[in-house]
Design a protein around this ligand. Structure first.
Ligand SMILES: Cc1ncc(C[n+]2csc(CCOP(=O)(O)OP(=O)(O)O)c2C)c(N)n1
Length: 548
């Protein structure tokens, strides 16, 4: 094969990995790379802040299982990637971050825009490396994708010094990546677990994001039907079960008391499936450390004093759940309590009769649920609205409610929605944001308009960092440093060239939503919100909130 620039070979390697989009901002040090991208099958998506591009790559990876790719230049561009790269780490999304760099000859000394990006990104990636010489490109790219996509997925990073990328190279991508076959636990381990489960008097399942990551929701539903054992979900596990099914105990984790209301207090055996501690510590549902735990996951899990497992079933989740259904079906007692669901869904269903304006969260979510189909996607930003969505918005299918609950960084929703719409152009995508978080990445409205991604952005406006106000008021009886003024969001959105409305009455909201969902361009709706209704509905659900 003829020698090409190393940058061209690098892009061929990306193509060989199946990359379809690179989200980012070029720099002077990445011009060879961008030139090669221009001649490739890959769409380079210019964004307006590297954080936005990295969130797009993060959610692209989260929804497809194939690493999303983001690009920043050296120094400032690379620094701007960090928050969303950290999000991909804690939320286990496969992502490959690419950063430019100055030439190798100036990395040992103070020089323009030089930051040791490898060291900065090292603790927030699963693996990273500098392309220190062109010949390693095929291996380094293969490794970046392989490590990012391996369980549990996460971000990797490659640094491209400009002098290396402009040299000539005669090389080709490594052969197509082989399929990863997940291991199966031994028959003895399956039978041990089956014995614990069939001996249990009140078994329950706690399902996490891992179920969605490996497409095991169907197997989980079949396990629940075969055994009668009911399932509670974490925020990021939403949709593992269809809420309309009998086996669903609800979404737990807004407050400690959720677990008691879902039947965990009385449970003698807890079966965790794809459960990541980053979302919620096991101490919250196993405070006395007296549960027998069967852990089902793709890799050996983290250690925690409140997570002493009796059997770890490590491997392919669908296979394991299928085998357990065979061994345990028809021989299990039923645990779990419908109390949490009765209260939360009862409140949700009653919301359509509420006529407060500014609107209260249950009605705002109820209207949305009526208008979105079972496969349409709701993306939450981070704040009090996230707790309401986690608590109350019922999901039918996996990956239809996206919540960033690992790093939980504000500003996630808008770039996430752009990526979700690129992955699923046939589904409707709505974001719900606080007025604080929305301004953190609102520059990506321009990207959405340019790409013509018809996403609907709803801002719950209260001129406050709501969840911090709430926490301060509870703890100190007052709040401080949390109030602000907003721009006119409607004019702001219109200046980006997109339709926008402010709801002035209770009936405005469903009408505007309907109108926005029918458009083929992005839009924005401002909904004045009244957060005086406590997300814990104190009397019924009680106790303190544990997740912010
Ligand atoms: C980038 C980032 N900065 C700060 C925080 C801490 N934080 C969590 S929620 C929140 C307030 C969110 O306010 P807003 O976006 O208006 O949403 P609301 O709570 O009012 O629904 C803050 C400051 C965070 N999670 N992420």
């Amino acid at each position: 094969m003829a020698a090409r620039k190393a940058a061209a070979v690098f892009v061929e390697c990306l193509e060989a990995e199946g990359v379809r989009h690179v989200f980012g901002i070029p720099g002077e040090e990445t011009v060879d790379l961008n030139e090669a991208l221009a001649d490739s099958s890959i769409e380079f998506v210019p964004v307006r802040h590297e954080q936005g591009g990295a969130y797009m790559a993060d959610v692209y990876g989260r929804l497809t299982g194939h690493a999303g790719v983001c690009l920043g230049t050296l120094g400032p561009g690379a620094m701007n990637l960090t928050t969303a790269v950290a999000d991909a780490l804690l939320d286990h999304a496969p992502l490959v971050a690419i950063t430019g760099q100055g030439g190798l000859e100036r990395m040992h000394k103070e020089s323009h825009q030089y930051i040791d990006v490898l060291q900065v990104l090292q603790p927030i990636t699963k693996w990273n490396a500098r392309i220190s010489e062109p010949g390693i490109i095929p291996e380094a790219v293969r490794k970046a994708f392989k490590v990012a996509q391996a369980q549990k997925p996460g971000p990797t990073h490659l640094e491209l010094p400009e002098d290396v990328m402009e040299t000539d190279l005669d090389a080709a991508p490594l052969g197509a990546p082989g399929r990863i076959r997940r291991p199966e636990p031994s028959a003895v381990e399956i039978l041990d677990a089956a014995e614990i489960i069939t001996e249990a008097e009140h078994p329950v399942v706690l399902a996490g994001h891992g179920v969605l990551r490996v497409g095991a929701a169907q197997a989980l539903r079949e396990f629940s039907r075969a055994t009668g054992i009911q399932v509670a979900e974490t925020f990021m596990g939403k949709g593992a079960m269809d809420y309309a099914e009998d086996g669903w105990l609800g979404t737990v984790g807004v407050q400690e008391h959720d677990y008691a209301l879902a039947g965990f207090e009385d449970a003698d055996v807890v079966i965790t499936v794809g459960y990541d501690f980053v979302e919620q510590s096991p101490a919250k549902w196993n405070p006395r450390n007296d549960k027998r735990i069967v852990c089902i996951d793709t890799v050996s899990v983290e250690v925690d004093a409140h997570f002493t497992t009796e059997v770890d079933l490590i491997g392919d989740l669908s296979y394991i759940l299928g085998r357990l259904a065979e061994e345990c079906g028809g021989r299990c007692e039923h645990g779990g309590s419908s109390r949490l669901n009765e209260i939360v869904l009862g409140r949700f269903e009653a919301a359509h009769d509420e006529d407060h304006f500014p609107m209260q969260p249950p009605r705002a979510l109820w209207e949305l649920r009526q208008l979105l189909g079972r496969d349409d996607i709701l993306i939450s930003d981070v704040g009090l609205h996230k707790l309401w969505i986690a608590r109350m918005y019922p999901a039918h299918e996996p990956n239809t409610v996206l919540i960033a609950n690992g790093l939980a960084g504000m500003g996630f929703a808008l770039p996430a929605a752009i990526a979700a719409k690129l992955v699923h152009p046939d589904r409707r995508v709505v974001t719900v944001n606080g007025d604080g978080g929305f301004l953190m990445n609102m520059q990506e409205l321009e990207t959405a308009v340019r790409l013509k991604t018809p996403i609907v952005n709803v801002i719950w406006e209260n001129q406050q960092y709501g969840s911090i106000v709430w926490k301060q008021d509870k703890k100190f009886g007052r709040h401080f440093g949390t109030d602000f003024a907003n721009p006119d969001f409607v004019k702001l959105a219109e200046s980006f060239g997109m339709p926008a409305w402010r709801c002035e009455s209770i009936d405005d909201y469903p009408e505007r939503l309907r109108q926005a969902l029918d458009l083929d361009v992005p839009s924005l709706i401002v909904l004045p919100i009244d957060y005086s209704l406590d997300v814990t509905f104190s009397e019924e659900l009680g106790a303190e909130t544990v997740v912010a």
